[in-house]
Design a protein around this ligand. Structure first.
Ligand code: ZN
Length: 266
């Protein structure tokens, strides 16, 4: 984990399931050659900046890296997951979703489209077409002027990428920030923003583990911008749902006033 910087900065946690980078054999060696210490540490080093307090977390850590007090102290959560989505506890996914509703920013990377927190927040299956043959990906900025693509060229190329293609079954309220075209002819809404409650969500698809995509300066610029865009200006209080005291007087006589109804509300 990177050393924590001073307080008063944007608190970013980069979470990684950290499985592929620890695989044995030639494939594991190939991935470790690109990300020797894991995707999370590579991103933390590349995105380090004066105004950020960047730390990393993995699935193998205590409480899967995000105990409640740490999540409550996080401004922006970045999430990379692929083959271990099922191992993420449902309770953690729920806590992440509720934290987003209170204002935490969430940046979901690559195969995180099928992660529990993202699907919980989207409410759709989040499936897409995919093909893994190392083809070229051309990314186009669709929302020029959006803060996430500030300083990013209108179009740029990743020489090798995993194809993620439409149809991508997302809800209809997202804004398309980038669109990708692949050598094999597919297209994909590769950068999408959403709002859930007070929280900003950015999904960004480039980032397959066998290509050095998180070393690309344009990809890093987009992620750097996305952290600032997703940073909450305020965290709203936890929603308290019981509301026994009314703001207007209730004159209707409660027909159950003489009964103990607490067992109905557990
Ligand atoms: Zn992939």
């Amino acid at each position: 984990m990177l050393e924590k910087l001073m307080n008063g900065k944007i608190k970013v946690v980069i979470w990684n399931e950290f499985v592929h980078e620890r695989e044995s054999g030639a494939l594991g060696d190939y991935i470790r050659n690109i990300y020797p210490d894991g995707i999370h540490r590579s991103l933390a080093q590349a995105l380090a900046a004066e105004d950020l307090e960047l730390t990393t977390a993995t699935l193998q850590d205590e409480a899967q890296g995000l105990p409640p007090e740490r999540l409550d102290d996080t401004d922006v959560l970045m999430w990379w997951g692929h083959c271990a989505h099922d191992q993420v506890e449902d309770a953690l996914a729920e806590r992440i979703a509720l934290r987003v509703y209170r204002g935490m920013g969430l940046i979901v990377l690559h195969s995180g489209h099928l992660s529990k927190p993202f699907r919980r927040l989207m409410g759709t299956p989040c499936r897409l077409r995919w093909r893994e043959v190392g083809e070229k990906e051309r990314i186009w900025v669709c929302a020029s002027g959006h803060p996430i693509v500030r300083g990013v060229p209108e179009t740029f190329v990743l020489p090798h990428s995993e194809m993620y293609g439409e149809p991508f079954d997302l809800p209809g309220d997202g804004q398309v920030i980038t669109m990708s075209w692949y050598e094999g002819g597919n297209v994909f809404r590769s950068g999408m923003t959403f709002q859930r409650g007070a929280g900003h969500i950015f999904y960004f698809s480039p980032g397959h583990e066998t290509y050095p995509i998180y070393h690309d300066c344009n990809i890093l610029k987009i992620l750097d911008n996305a952290i600032r865009w997703a940073t909450p200006t305020t965290i709203v209080p936890e929603l308290v749902t019981p509301s026994p005291v009314s703001v207007e007087p209730i004159l209707t006589v409660n027909p159950l006033a003489d009964l103990d109804t607490t067992s109905l509300h557990k």
